[in-house]
Every structure is written in structure tokens, then in C-alpha cells.
Design a protein around this ligand. Structure first.
Ligand code: FES
Ligand SMILES: [Fe+2]
Length: 410
């Protein structure tokens, strides 16, 4: 349980808030690389700040304040120019990826000697491409390393899926350290959806183990023991706002009442031949059932979304009753509280990596069964995590499956 004041302190991440300052110390995925292939200018909202992301003709990425420094028009309606920069659609001012104003058409005609453009700058932030995603850093300097997780380099078919969730990011992230919900929200609910009145194996013990980049959470169920990797390795609540279970799920704060769910998935490609994926596809998954107006519950992450939005736009944690199953949630809140003090004292919060020499294929705890997926013999199941995977993506993957010698059903 938190007081309303503590709740606001931890949940709210707008500009100038303590938690906003803390969350701005991390890189956040905000778009897919493929999105800017399709359209080089994209409006972004991150932690309550409106921004514009673009790729100039040289292939460099820029992330600028959304409103033009001239008279505040929306730069996401501008365009990239053949000879460089992002052009505002209102009066044609031109900005490069560092925010420098490099063109002011009428000013340059009327008062070329004044060089007014030298006096104008758009606020610019950092962008990097990695793992098919574009990552933003909008916090204080110096900029930390953008984590280079080993999983990004595994052989497999990768895809990125976005969903927009109308609630605060923190309740989404608390779900990343909640082992018991798997049994109910996913396993038992999925049985009910199939009309099966049974129950899945129940949790008999849970544990938590902190490491540099997060907290592993461990479980023993009625069908597993201490030798099982669910206990020995576990799953990862990845700092500060992700879940890692072999795939990644980031919960990126759009603002205090909206979260961008970014899923990064990897599916096995059978056989041993080298496999290079030319382009990591991306898609958007809906969360509302158009027919009923209710949230969609058929897929694993959709079930999570229902739990999160069900807690309210910002969960009223002063009405909670935390039990033993919530030990991880309590650890997570305490770490954030501690880190608020750490950054006040000028230190780095949890999970920040500054040593570039260490930032190459950084290992995360993994369950061997997932590695086993890389030599599969079973026809792959339909994508289970999010609803409405585009047919073209499913077809591309299944064609690769067959091309690389995967067994097909009779
Ligand atoms: S408002 Fe952008 S050029 Fe005038
Ligand atoms: Fe879940």
C-alpha cells in the first residue's frame, strides 16, 4: 500500500517530476526502424513530452521538440529534404538532427546579413537504432550506454509489436514482477476460454533475486521442483520498465495515463544454416474488441492489458491489500524510492551501464528450454502473445520455416 502522495511520486513521470527525472535517465524504445522506412517522420509522445522523430536523407536519426521554434507549428507535419534536414510545413524553416536551424527561406531573402538562423535552435534529444527499434534518451547528460542484450543476436525470426494502453506505466511494470498472475490471468483464464473447467498447476513457492539489470523472479509449482529452471533461472523484471522471458516487453510511458507496450519477439528458424533477417517487421495490435467494445482477452499480453487498465488510469494503491505474492512488487517500489534518493545525490540508478567495453552482447538469465527452440522440429504454433498478427508476417515466417527444412504437419 502507498499513500496517495507516494503513489503520485512513483507513478508520475511528466517533465520536472522526481520520477520523471529518474525515468529520463534510461533509454526507451519509441518506434520501429521499419516505421521510418515507411515514413521518415513520426510524432512521438514520451513521458508527457511531444516530440518528432525523423530520419534525414543521409540515414541519420533526429528527435526534436514537436513544436517549431518559429511559431510553434507541429513539425511532425513537416518533411525531410533531399539536401538534408526536417522542413517545417508552416514557413519552411529547416532543422538538422542536432536541432540546428539550417534554413529560414524568407529571412534569408529579406535579411541575409542578419543570419537569424544561427540564433535559433530546436531542443534535440538522442536517438539510436538497435534490434529493429529506435531508442530515445531525453534525460540529463552524460548519456549512458544503450544496453546491447545478447538475445538480440540469436538466430531467429524477429518482430516488433506495439499496443497503446490507456493507463499509467507503473502498474504495467508491476506486472513484470508478479509470478502468481501467470497461473490465474493466463493459465486458468485460458482454460476457461476453451471451456475447460480444470486448473493449471498451482504455485507453491516464489522467490526473488536481484541482479545488476533487474530482479529475477522464481517459482515452484505443484508440477515442478527446485531443479526446474523456473526456480533456478526464473524470469526477469528488467530495469526499469521491461519484462524479459526470452522475448522482451517494454512498458514505455507516453504520459501519466498512457503506456506504449513494445513487444520484441523471436521465433525459431529450424536447421543449422546461417539465417539473416533482412528487415524486422513491426505491427500494431488492437486492444478493443470492435464488436463488443470490451477489451480483447484471447492472447497472453492482451490478458495482461486487461489487468493493467482494470486498475484504473493511475492505480489507487492506497486501497490495495498486499500479500506474500506481492513481495516482488514491494521490492520494485522500494528500488525506485531508493533510486530517487540516489539520483538526488548525483549517483546512477539501478541498471545504468556506462562502460562501453562491457556493452556487447550483455547476457541476461535464460531458460535453456528457450535455447532449445533454436533446433525445433515441431510446426510453430500461431503467434500467441498479441491479437491480429498480419497475415503477411505469419506467411513470411511460415515460408521461412518450410524453406529451412522445418517439419510441416501432415
Ligand atoms: S512555425 Fe515552423 S516555420 Fe513557421
Ligand atoms: Fe502476464
Amino acid at each position: 500500500m502507498l499513500t496517495p502522495e507516494q503513489n503520485d511520486l512513483l507513478a508520475k513521470v511528466g517533465p520536472g517530476t522526481p520520477m520523471g527525472r529518474l525515468m529520463r535517465r534510461y533509454w526507451h524504445p519509441v518506434a520501429a526502424v521499419g516505421e521510418l522506412d515507411d515514413n521518415p517522420v513520426k510524432p512521438i509522445r514520451l513521458m508527457g513530452e511531444d516530440l518528432v522523430l525523423f530520419r534525414d536523407v543521409s540515414g541519420e536519426y533526429g528527435l526534436l521538440e514537436r513544436h517549431c521554434p518559429h511559431r510553434r507549428a507541429d513539425l511532425s507535419y513537416g518533411w525531410v529534404e533531399e539536401d538534408g534536414g526536417l522542413r517545417c510545413s508552416y514557413h519552411g524553416w529547416l532543422f538538422d538532427t542536432t536541432g540546428r536551424c539550417i534554413g529560414q527561406p524568407y529571412e534569408q531573402i529579406s535579411h541575409p546579413e542578419a543570419n537569424f538562423k544561427e540564433k535559433v535552435r530546436a531542443t534535440a534529444y538522442h536517438v539510436q537504432a538497435k534490434a529493429g527499434l529506435l531508442w530515445a534518451y531525453i534525460g540529463e547528460e552524460p548519456v549512458p550506454e544503450l544496453w546491447d542484450w545478447d538475445r538480440y543476436y540469436d538466430r531467429g525470426y524477429k518482430q516488433v509489436v506495439f499496443s497503446e494502453i490507456p493507463c499509467n506505466w507503473l502498474q504495467c511494470q508491476e506486472n513484470s514482477i508478479d509470478p502468481v498472475h501467470f497461473e490465474w490471468l493466463h493459465s486458468n483464464q485460458s482454460l476457461r476460454l476453451k471451456g475447460d473447467p480444470g486448473y493449471s498447476p498451482t504455485h507453491t513457492r516464489i522467490g526473488f533475486d536481484e541482479f545488476e539489470f533487474g530482479i529475477r523472479y522464481l517459482r515452484i509449482r505443484s508440477d515442478t521442483d527446485e531443479e526446474n529452471e523456473l526456480w533456478k533461472v526464473g524470469r526477469v523484471c528488467l530495469w526499469p520498465n521491461a519484462l524479459y522471458t526470452g522475448h522482451f516487453e517494454w512498458r514505455v510511458p507516453i504520459d501519466d495515463e498512457h503506456t506504449l507496450s513494445v513487444g520484441w519477439f523471436i521465433d525459431p528458424i529450424p536447421g543449422e544454416q546461417p539465417f539473416e533477417q533482412e528487415r524486422i517487421p513491426y505491427w500494431h495490435s488492437p486492444i478493443v474488441d470492435e464488436k463488443t467494445g470490451r477489451w480483447i482477452s484471447s492472447h497472453i499480453m492482451n490478458q495482461d492489458f486487461i489487468a493493467w487498465v482494470g486498475q484504473g488510469a493511475v492505480s489507487d494503491r492506497w486501497n490495495e491489500h498486499l500479500g506474500e505474492s506481492d513481495r516482488g512488487v514491494i521490492m520494485l517500489r522500494k528500488q525506485f524510492m531508493d533510486d530517487l534518493a540516489v539520483i538526488e545525490d548525483g549517483g546512477d540508478p539501478k541498471g545504468i551501464l556506462r562502460d562501453a567495453g562491457r556493452n556487447a552482447m550483455v547476457p541476461l538469465p535464460r531458460i535453456r528450454a528457450e535455447i532449445g527452440q533454436f533446433a525445433p522440429t515441431r510446426y510453430p504454433p500461431r503467434f500467441p502473445f498479441l491479437v491480429d498478427q498480419p497475415e503477411a508476417i505469419e506467411a513470411e515466417y511460415h515460408a521461412l520455416w518450410a524453406e529451412y527444412g522445418g517439419e510441416l504437419p501432415a
